[in-house]
Design a protein around this ligand. Sequence first.
Ligand code: URA
Ligand code: CA
Length: 436
Amino acid sequence: MNPYQLILKKRNGGEHTPEEIRELVLGFANDQGIETYQMAAWLMAVWFKGMTVPELSALTQAMVDSGDQIDLSSLPGVKVDKHSTGGVGDTTTLILAPLAAAAGATVAKMSGRGLGHTGGTLDKLESVPGLRTDLTSQQFLDQVRQIGVAVISQTGNLVPADGKMYSLRDVTATVDSIPLIASSVMSKKIACGAEVILLDVKYGRGAFMENLADARELARRMVDLGKALGRRVRAVISDMDQPLGTMIGNALEVQEAIEILRNERPGSALEVVSVELAAHLLEMAGISENLDRARVRVRELIQNGEGLRKLGEMFRAQGGDPRVVEDTSLLPQAPIIEPVLSPSAGFVTGIHAQQIGFAGTALGAGRKRKGDPIDPAVGIIMEHRVGDEVKAGQPLAVVHARDRQTLTEARQILLDSIAIGPDRPASRKLIEEIVE
Ligand code: URA
Ligand code: CA
C-alpha cells in the first residue's frame, strides 16, 4: 500500500495489518518513503480512531526494531525496571533502585531528564559531586554485574522512531493519545531489556493524566502491551495531585532519598510509595514469595542501612562522592533560603503539583526547553501536605534560591498554588489501584 492508502485506511476506521504498520514506522524512521507530513496525518488519524490491540503491539514492536536494543542476558539475576509517567517530587527511583538491588534484583536502569514541571532522575543524580550518567554500554553492564545497580542516560540508538514521532506529535496536537503514549513508553522500556517492568502511572494535577479513568486506561494498555511482547508487567496507579516528596529540586531530592534510606522519614508519602513499588518489584521478580513478605524485606533494608549502603556504592561506581550518603551538606547548597508564610489560618485543601513544579522551574531546578542548563542547588521544601492544619504566619514552604528575583517569582507561584480553606478536605489514596 502507498502512504496515502495507509492514511486513508486509518482515517476511515480500518484496521492495519502488522506489515502495514512496520512499513509506516520504519519508512518514517529511516526516511524511506514516508514523508513527515504523511506521518503527521496518520498520527492525527490514530488520535481520532485509536488502535486495536494487535495494531498497538505491531506499532510498539516496529518502534523497538527501529534501533538498538540493550542485551541484558549476560547479567545474573532477574532484570527489573520501573517507569514513572512523571511528576513532582517523584524521587522513587533513587530509593527503590538501591533497595531492589540490595534485595538481590538486577537493576539496569536508563532514566530521563526533567522537562516542564516534572523532574528527571538524571538531573537529580548529577547533583552528586562528580557523578556521571553517560556510561558506555560496556561500563553500564560491568557496573550492574559488580554491584547490581546502575542508573544512566540512554546509551546506544534506542527507539529512534519514538524520538522522531514524539517531536512530530509535540507540534501537531497528537501527544495526548493513549495508544500513542502507551507505545512510546513501552517501546523504550522493551528496548532497555528488563524482564520485569513496573509502571507507576500517576494521575492528578501534576501528572500527564489528570483523571483516574485516563490513567487506568493508559495503565491497562501498557500492561497488555508489555505482556503481548513477552515481559512481566504490572502498573500501579498513584496520586500526583500534590507533590509526592517533601523536597522539589535536584540536590534536595537526592537529600530526601538519602533521608528515607536512613530511615529518617518513616511513614512519609514518598517513603510509603517507594516501599510499595520496591515490594512489587521483588514479588514480580520472584525474590519474595508474596507482597507482604516483600514489604517486610524492603523495610528491613531501610532499617539495617543496606539500601543506603547500596546507594553509596552506586554513587562511587559512577564517579560520585559516596560520602554524600553520610553527609548531605556535601551536595550543592543554594545561597538564599527563605520561608513562604501562610497568609491565613485553616486547612490545606489543595497543593497544585504542576504549579509547584513550575515554581521549581522558575528557580532554575527544571528546564523550559530541552537542553537548557539547570541549577542543582535550588528548589522548594514543602512544610505541609493536603489536610494539614496551618496557622497564619506559619511556613508553608521553604524556598532555596540562587537570587532574589527568582525567589520572588517562586514565592508568588507557591502562594497561588497552595489553597487554604476552613474545612479539612477528603484525603486521596497514595496508591489508587494495581493493574495486572
Ligand atoms: N512520555 C513518553 O515517553 N511518551 C509519550 O508519548 C508521553 C510521555
Ligand atoms: Ca521521573
